[in-house]
Design a protein around this ligand. Sequence first.
Ligand SMILES: Cc1cc2nc3c(=O)[nH]c(=O)nc-3n(C[C@H](O)[C@H](O)[C@H](O)COP(=O)(O)OP(=O)(O)OC[C@H]3O[C@@H](n4cnc5c(N)ncnc54)[C@H](O)[C@@H]3O)c2cc1C
Length: 382
Amino acid sequence: MSIQSRVSELRFVVSADCTILQDSTDPEFREYCKRWTDIDRKIPAAIVLPRREKDIQNIVQWAVESSIPFVTKSGGCSEWSTIGDDGFIIDLTLYSSVEVNAEARTATIKGGVVQKEVALRLAEQGLFTALGNGNVVGVTGFALGGGSSITNSITGFGSDQIISARLVSAKGELLDITKVSQPDLLWAIRGAGHFFGLITEVVIKAYPLSLLGSENGTIWVGAFVFPLSRAEEVANAMKILMDDDHYATSGLMMVMAPPPTRTPSLVVSARYIGEPAKAKEAYAPLYGLKPLVANGSQVPIQNTSDGREAIGAKGDFKHFGIVGLRRFDSARFLQSIEKWKELVSECPDAINTAFNFQWDSRPVKKPDFESAMCLHDTRYWQ
Ligand SMILES: Cc1cc2nc3c(=O)[nH]c(=O)nc-3n(C[C@H](O)[C@H](O)[C@H](O)COP(=O)(O)OP(=O)(O)OC[C@H]3O[C@@H](n4cnc5c(N)ncnc54)[C@H](O)[C@@H]3O)c2cc1C
């Protein structure tokens, strides 16, 4: 029997409102097949979109019994939620919701909810949590894999926020994962959560906006642009800034040729968390260099990634390569700028490539429990 007819059998194990897409020429199928990157993106035999937890469990049980491979997709921002026509995708988009419990300071995240949605719902209740740099990134995918956040120093990583979860195991059992019922699984899903089953729900911690140190839940977000010829001065000023944990600065220093002019530049995309009046003081070493562009303003925490829509867009051949570093080394950073220049001059279509150095002047907050996330000592990323 062909895989197509076998997947058709799924209709007998799920509710009538579960969508099963099998025609790869259908516009709806093509829409749900889109991913953040087209690298290695495959076309599955089917995309199954359940609306109920019981259906998710039935689908997993059926796939295990039928020996048909599948992958789970939440936000679709990785290179891994794709499978070829020998398998199918369980897409959690239609099983998505956020419920905030303001009193308990928790949020229950179901299915494929994306970061912007969670940030908005929490902010309505005067709360925030550890979220990353992309509005369209799935919160579950982010938190299960560790999740480096813009509030690392206040909240810890995304995986540190997981209080409990519900998981469909490889045997098709639906498990409640708490520190009492499944301590080992809870340890594992906090950082290595993609490998232990299909997570239908996570309950995460939330924090009052007042912890951001501004009155209205805002943080300072700004940008400084320099010509590449000034890289040495900028790197030296950044070294001072990154090593000064008196101010909570963080962000990205990027070697890039941004559109529309494509002038090779050093762009510092900067954040400051704390008393708004001190942001300028914190970035004095950069203002002192008189950048080509220097802008910044207080932005509500839920809107801090709004300027990055282009980076979050689906499609095209994109890839992040990331390594953690112990410190910022100006000389090595200058060497990587030379590599970037060489790359772009030898391969002109690499013009969209950027080399970034991400820093946080303050260490990541460590949780009071052990988990599979082992990168709490890393606060610099290249
Ligand atoms: C624009 C952009 C910005 C980013 N910014 C950050 C950042 O600031 N910090 C950071 O740490 N990371 C960041 N990332 C990386 C991102 O966190 C990971 O790629 C994450 O895995 C994406 O999750 P997703 O749900 O969107 O992706 P998906 O492709 O849907 O899923 C990712 C992986 O998790 C599995 N999975 C999905 N849902 C479940 C589930 N319910 N149960 C079990 N497994 C599941 C999938 O099979 C796949 O292997 C960013 C990525 C992009 C594209």
